[in-house]
Design a protein around this ligand. Structure first.
Ligand code: GUN
Ligand code: FE
Length: 454
């Protein structure tokens, strides 16, 4: 019999495909020293009893209690760490005003490393407590504070992908918050990449530098070109905002006479390792370009409801071969929870399909066949995020990492409404998707290490 670092025992839910959930009832999950799921053993497997006999009662055997379940950790594909400090405020004004009145002044304060430390410690802990085991972060323009965010992810055990934000255009950004000039922006980005790649060597779960032009209106052509070259030179991830709002989309049309997707691609910024947030105005050619370049979409349903009045057609984009994950977009989105974003993704998709307008006949409403199920939204928050990042995360499956949240449906102070001992497990799953709050998340594991307990 093989030796395992740890064995977990219980029932897990994971995505089999974008549409289908797989329920692994009372299975054993055998984890190796690298934190990878080496073997999953079903109760009818002959080795099952042998493993139970060998491991049960040992400190490295973890059996969950009745009413507790394993879910894959969430992958948040779009989150602005500094904006945690203003989450929930100013959601009623347009994007441009919100950026200039609230967001840029807030982000400019991250030149102060003490302030950065306070906010970044809190946001990383909060996301872990909400079940997010991997997060693709925008930091700010400040190199030191951006490195600090990566260090905090490293020390708290979260798989953080972190970008020092580039805003090098004196025209597009306030004087009080931007890179000194294009050369400095590129030099700082390169130093940032090297520092985070070094830091990564000290972590088990990995941390990654991300080339991060904020969005086209913040960057010069020279800056965008230089960032594309750095992404290729260091083979990094790339993230930006793409075709988010009427205003941002119109700006790029005026400047380049093309959509964001083609403009970004001209600068080498659409790569297999690129994740673009929002993407509300992608036309068919843009979608094709995303599929061809392997660029993924961070779908931000809460934020899109506020700033873009928009819902992306997830099913249509999936059918055209584009990878999609879910993003909280803190603080364009108010919630640090991908459970909340799963809920909003489902709700928004139904409005897209046939939202009522009394002046439009029922047969002409909306976009047919757009509604997604909660199973599909869960896929976006887990496996879809993993595929977008090309990492073995987001699934409870052999050769994937043990990034897991343990959900307690029987918490004495907040029991989920399960009154039948033999309730259908898919119904239990749906109740968890709609009703789980952070207090139900008992434990969070990243790469086989416990990073949060409640
Ligand atoms: N576009 C440029 N910057 C931002 C940002 O911080 N949040 C959102 N939602 N959109 C942006
Ligand atoms: Fe954003």
């Amino acid at each position: 019999m093989k030796n395992y670092m740890q064995i977990f025992h219980g029932t897990a839910f994971t995505s089999k495909s974008p549409k289908e959930i797989e329920i692994l009832k009372n299975h054993l999950f055998c984890i190796n020293t690298d934190g990878i799921i080496e073997k999953i053993v079903a109760p009818n497997d002959p080795v099952y009893q042998t493993l139970l006999d060998a491991y049960q009662g040992k400190p490295n055997f973890h059996s969950v209690d009745e009413g507790q379940y394993f879910l894959p950790g969430f992958v948040d594909l779009h989150v602005h760490a500094p904006q945690w400090a203003q989450s929930g405020t100013a959601l009623d004004i347009p994007l441009y005003d919100w950026l200039h009145t609230y967001t840029f002044p807030l982000e400019s304060k991250f030149s102060d490393l003490d302030f950065a430390k306070e906010v970044y410690n809190d946001v990383v802990s909060t996301l872990l407590a909400n079940g997010t085991t991997t997060a693709l972060y925008f930091a700010t323009v400040h190199k030191e504070a951006s490195i600090l965010l990566a260090e905090i992810c490293a020390s708290k055990g979260q798989r953080g992908l972190v970008g020092k934000v580039v805003m090098d255009d004196p025209e597009g950004n306030p004087e009080t918050y931007r890179d000194a000039d294009t050369q400095t922006a590129l030099a700082d980005t390169e130093e940032f990449i090297i520092a985070v790649q070094e830091l990564a060597k000290t972590t088990k779960q990995g941390v990654y530098p991300v080339v991060t032009p904020r969005f086209i209106p913040s960057c010069t052509d020279e800056g965008l070109q230089g960032l594309g070259e750095l992404a290729a030179k260091y083979d990094t991830y790339v993230q930006s905002h793409c075709s988010e709002s009427d205003w941002a989309h119109g700006y790029v049309q005026d400047r380049f006479n093309k959509n964001d997707a083609f403009a970004l691609n001209d600068f080498g910024l659409l790569r297999d390792k690129s994740v673009m947030a929002h993407c509300n105005f992608l036309d068919n050619d843009d979608v094709k370009l995303f599929a061809e370049t392997g660029t993924a979409i961070a779908h931000c349903p809460v934020s899109n409801a506020y700033f873009a009045n928009s819902v992306i057609p997830v099913k249509d984009f999936h059918s055209k071969g584009v990878e999609i994950g879910l993003g909280s977009d803190i603080s364009g989105g108010f919630s640090p929870s991908l459970f909340d974003n799963i809920r909003q993704a489902v709700i928004s998709s139904r409005m897209l399909e046939d939202g009522v307008n009394p002046n439009i006949p029922a047969e002409d409403r909306g976009m047919p066949n757009s509604r997604i199920t909660v199973d599909e939204a869960f896929y976006l928050a887990t496996a879809g995020g993993g595929e977008s990042l090309s990492l073995p995360i987001g699934r409870i499956k052999e050769n994937y990492v043990w990034d897991v949240q343990v959900i307690d449906t029987k918490l004495p102070t907040a029991k989920l409404p399960i009154f039948n001992e033999n309730e259908d497990l898919h119904d239990v799953f749906q109740k968890m998707m709609y009703l789980v709050r952070p207090e139900h998340i008992r434990e969070v594991w990243v790469q086989g290490e416990k990073v949060h307990t409640r």
